[in-house]
Design a protein around this ligand. Sequence first.
Ligand code: SF4
Ligand SMILES: [Zn+2]
Ligand SMILES: [Zn+2]
Length: 320
Amino acid sequence: MVNASVLPSPVASSLRCARADCEERPIIDLSYAGEHLCRRHFIQFTEERVRRELHRQASGIKGGTLAVAVSGGKDSATMLSLLARFLGARRNIHLVAITIDEGIEGYRSATLRSAEQLTSSLGIEHHVRRFEQDLGTTTDATARTLSQIAPCTFCGVWRRTLLNRAARDLGATHLAVGFNLDDLAQTVLMNLARGEPTRLLQMAPHRRTNDGLVPRIAPLAPIPEREVYLYARLREIPFDHSECPHAGRAVRNVYRTALWQIEEAVPGTRHALLKTREKLLEALEAAYPPEALPPCVNCGEPSSGGLCRSCALRKQVAVP
Ligand code: SF4
Ligand SMILES: [Zn+2]
Ligand SMILES: [Zn+2]
């Protein structure tokens, strides 16, 4: 099922592409940039932005293993295809895809199949880690036990833990995640609205490293969700359209809806939120130098002391 919000808005048929000397009809209206682009120039513009962003966030990648979190949905499928396009020919860089199976009936098996199809067509090594094996429970089972908590609360924490563990076990220098502009702007808004600005330091893309945590990069950061969708369709990248049955209960939905409305009224708000984060980071980094993260007393993963958040949540559902 395709969420209507990701479908590009129709463009007036009388317009021409904004690029010099291009007579093609535009296929997309980039309101935040005040221009319309044809198919060819939209593809080119998208690839340029991702390439630039990759260089900006990961200029330190000189070689080694780059782990890529691939769910099989449009964002991660597009990110993996672009990384393969930009880095696939580099002999000193080894791309490895990781999919986390949270155990969500009627959803994850379809996206997993799509991730398998994509990685095999790109010739990229693919690893699958499962909640059931690694954590002893699944998102569906926990959602039944902890029915008072929105499933994304524990599912998101556990997925981050397993992704980090898998990337670290593979010796990855970085972990690429498929967050698009909308996702990241929502996270900035959410953290500011909750009065938790220090969380801006913890969200991807990471500018500094902590022992035991593989720094995450987000190459799709400058690309709005609907442009990721359009690019994936134009490039015929295989992805699965399913939506997680638990997604409707996510608190993030409130911020997503609010941000769509603000962006409609004030184009460029999502970009401005990301810039706000960049501006605040320097002050936050100076005020909060990296702390040692002691190993969790239960699983050994980095924690802020005692039990890590992942184990604390598992304890709530009595998983050993
Ligand atoms: S929407 Fe929530 S419950 Fe579903 S996979 Fe994502 S984090 Fe997990
Ligand atoms: Zn054009
Ligand atoms: Zn732990």
